[in-house]
Design a protein around this ligand. Structure first.
Ligand code: THU
Length: 159
């Protein structure tokens, strides 16, 4: 028997269609991206999180000569946030990525490992986290929960 899973997402045509707080998050993710430590891949990713207390936390990908020891922008940012604000909920995550020094408008989705990490924090805070991802220019994809990016997800309820 064949079954289907539906996922939902919004396509926001460009930066100008974002709300004020979304514009701020977009700008902060784009700005912090410029400081990404991405000397091996030359692929720079910036991340900005909005907390329920209104604070914005930013981060970027951090690479390593031993490649697997590096970490994506999303996990760098979300792990620091949970370490420093363990009881403050995350409302939104913005991810802006693309090759360094080459203009791109293809939205860069969070990798599988980062989706799994975001899922963990949704479960921890018992509230969904809106995810936005984009290139420095062009359309922005928005989901209301990481579950739309990670069907058949594995979480602590199975353990
Ligand atoms: N990267 C991220 O920071 N986030 C993602 O979700 C996808 C990939 C980084 C990891 C690595 O430093 C570079 O992009 C190329 O994979």
């Amino acid at each position: 028997m064949e079954k289907e899973i539906k996922i939902q997402f919004d396509v926001i045509p460009n930066y100008n269609q974002l709300s004020d707080i979304e514009k701020t998050l977009f700008e902060k993710a784009k700005t912090i991206r410029e400081q990404a430590y991405a000397k091996y891949s030359n692929f720079a990713v910036g991340c900005a999180l909005l907390l329920e207390n209104g604070e914005i936390i930013t981060g970027s990908n951090q690479e390593n000569a031993a490649y697997p020891s590096g970490l994506c922008a999303e996990r760098t940012t979300i792990f620091w946030t949970s370490a420093n604000y363990p009881d403050v909920k995350i409302k939104k995550i913005f991810v802006i990525g693309g090759p360094k020094d080459i203009a791109s408008s293809v939205p860069i989705p969070p990798c599988g490992g980062c989706r799994q990490a975001i899922l963990e924090y949704e479960a921890k805070q018992k509230e969904v986290i809106e995810i936005y991802f984009a290139a420095p220019d062009g359309e922005i994809i928005k989901t209301k929960s990481v579950r739309d990016l990670l069907p058949f997800s594995f979480d602590g309820s199975f353990l």
